[in-house]
Every structure is written in structure tokens, then in C-alpha cells.
Design a protein. Sequence first.
Length: 214
Amino acid sequence: MTHRSRTRRLALLCASTALVTAGLLPSAGASAAPAPACAAAKHGLALALAPPPPTEPAGNWVKTTDPPSGITADLPGTAKVHKASVPVGDETVEFRAYGVEVPQDGAAGFTVHDMPGDRFALEDNLEGYLNAYNQPEDDDGTLTSSQVRRTTADGRPALDARLSSSGGAAPEAGSIRIVSDDDHLVMAITIGPAENRKTLEEMHERLVSSLRIP
């Protein structure tokens, strides 16, 4: 597995709401085809997918805080933040992504978007993440979700799903939790080689159980 693949996983921690605006997934009354007038939105998508700064491989678990929101979660190493913004309608939404590379070419982290979490359905944000991973120019296989279920996280509505890929050189596995807060959309993601599924699931469970939203 190349370093490019690892940084790509970390970059995908950033991808969500820009996809709705770019027309890459359907919103209410819209088709799934790319909107004809979405150049600015696609620019926002490019920012969202830019690789964050490299991190050191995972070691001890570290309580990680998003200072603007006060949202915290434990990560398996010291994360560096990637900051960007995406156009959502006529607004610009700021977000921060905190990612850590983990052993055996995996990644774990969370993102915080400064927008009401219920602006889009949680299922739409999950589809957006999958669409970001499955861009046509990539050859890493097709990522799909399973065991999708509604739940709560720190008292907020949330969506959990398992992730797996097929068709690429190295099958992937992981988990995602998407949380809707009054003021923020939060995503927690763990992903890596499918052969390490059990370890990744244990890592994700610790990440999401530590997630706290003020």
C-alpha cells in the first residue's frame, strides 16, 4: 500500500456536504446528475478532498479537541488538523478534519462541519462519502455500506454503517458514524485493509464511544 493511499484515506475524512451542492448525490427534488452551474461547488469539493498534513503513525490514544466547537474524541495518535470550506447553497461552510494514520495502512479520524446537522438527511451524507470514495478516476475499488442503522451519539441523532470495498487491488473495510447536532455535522471514520477488519472495528468503537459534543 502506498503513502498516497494512506493520505487519500485521510483526505476522505473531509468529504461530505460539498457533494450535495456539487450535484453528485440527490437532494430533495434534484437528480443525481451533476448540476450544470456548479463550478464553485466543485472547487469546494476539491478543497474538501485535499490531503491533510501527514501525521505520525498511531501510538497512544490522544484526546483530540476541535477548539471552535469544543467537540472531542479520542484518536489513536496525535492528529493534525486540515481546515477548509465548502459552498453549501449560498453559504460557505467551514470544517475541520482530524486524521491519524494507523498501523497496516489504515486511517482514523473525525470531521466537524459548522452547519446544522439536519440540513441534509444523514443517509444523504453517507451516500456523499461513498460517492467521494468512488470517483471514476480512482482504481481502488468500489466502496459500499452495509448494516446501516439509526442510533444516537451523545444524545444526538446519528447513523452508523459498516464500509467495505471490492474490485480494487486491496479490499478495504471500516466503519462510519455521522452525527447531527443543532450547530454541527460530525463524521467519525475508521478505514483500512479488510484483513484488519476486527482491529479496525475495535478502534472505531473506541473512537465513537469517546465522542463528546457540548
